[in-house]
Design a protein around this ligand. Structure first.
Ligand SMILES: [Zn+2]
Length: 282
């Protein structure tokens, strides 16, 4: 984690990631391998040439995947890597005035259009909104998509949420990452080990959310806003001013990161552990 940690100089010991250091992190040039919860920590790997990052956002609802997780996805595609936004439901029960079936179709179309604006791909599993199940069927369905898209980074919900679908998504993703990395688990695609997992800064998932990583999204901020604005709810039509919240939050995080706009992320506990072989690595 040398490149990243050398930037961690503030009193809050936050990690600020620029595009360059992020690419190195994605590529495995820093940090222990096998960092995910429940897996043994590895040794610091030697530096390797940076390869384009690939980010998959996995959310309970389409709005979450773009508003709270879209920045890292947009940055990955901007750097020449892959970007996928997977929503486990269509969020079809999110409108009080539009019937669920129609609203679900609108959400699907908005997601596809928004994804194209950040050169990413939108995917759905279409579990019932509000009834997202935590079971092996859902976890294996997500596992299959992880193996298909092979992201180096996954961004998903933090479990400290009032929304049951968000908490369910957190659990499903933990299990899916575990399944995806098991070579002995035979599925349609070969096993894939996700390099790192981050939890997104989401106004609905704020219980005990503690940011430890700040990612500079300045180069893609306008693209990110453009993608989010495809969704009517972005402008506050369902009662919350997503546009004002997430755009001002990006500026706030940018101030902390000494850049224009940034997003805050939280690492799983095991991923925060550092393995140093020399004091110079601090
Ligand atoms: Zn949601």
């Amino acid at each position: 984690m040398k490149g990243i940690m050398s930037a961690a100089t503030t009193r809050r010991e936050m990690i600020r990631l620029s595009g360059a250091t992020l690419a190195a992190f994605y590529a495995g040039g820093a940090g222990p391998s096998g960092q995910l919860p429940g897996q043994p920590a590895g040794e610091i790997s030697p530096s390797v040439p940076a390869t384009p990052p690939s980010v998959m956002a996995i959310a309970a609802h389409p709005g979450d995947s773009f508003f709270a997780m879209g920045g890292p996805v947009a940055l990955a595609t901007h750097q020449g890597g892959g970007g996928t936004l997977l929503s486990l439901t269509l969020g079809e029960r999110g409108s009080s005035t539009i019937a669920a079936a129609q609203y679900g179709s609108m959400q699907r179309e908005a997601s596809r259009k928004a994804a194209s604006l950040i050169t990413a791909e939108a995917q759905f599993l279409e579990y019932p909104d509000g009834e997202l199940p935590v079971n092996d069927e859902a976890s294996l369905a997500v596992c299959d998509l992880i193996r298909r898209y092979r992201p180096s980074i996954i961004v998903t919900h933090w479990k400290g949420s009032w929304h049951k679908d968000h908490r369910a998504c957190y659990e499903i993703v933990q299990n899916a990452i575990f399944y995806a990395g098991l070579p002995a688990l035979t599925r349609g695609e070969p096993a894939h080990e996700v390099r790192a997992l981050f939890f997104a800064d989401n106004w609905e998932d704020a219980d005990n959310f503690v940011a430890d990583t700040y990612l500079d999204i300045t180069p893609v901020f306008q693209q990110y806003l453009g993608a989010c604005s495809i969704f009517p709810m972005w402008r506050g039509e369902t009662g919350f001013r997503y546009n004002d919240y997430y755009s001002s939050r990006a500026v706030e995080c940018g101030c902390l990161s000494r850049c224009r706009q940034a997003v805050a992320l939280m690492s799983p506990a095991g991923q925060r552990v550092r393995y140093l072989h020399a004091l110079q690595e601090i």
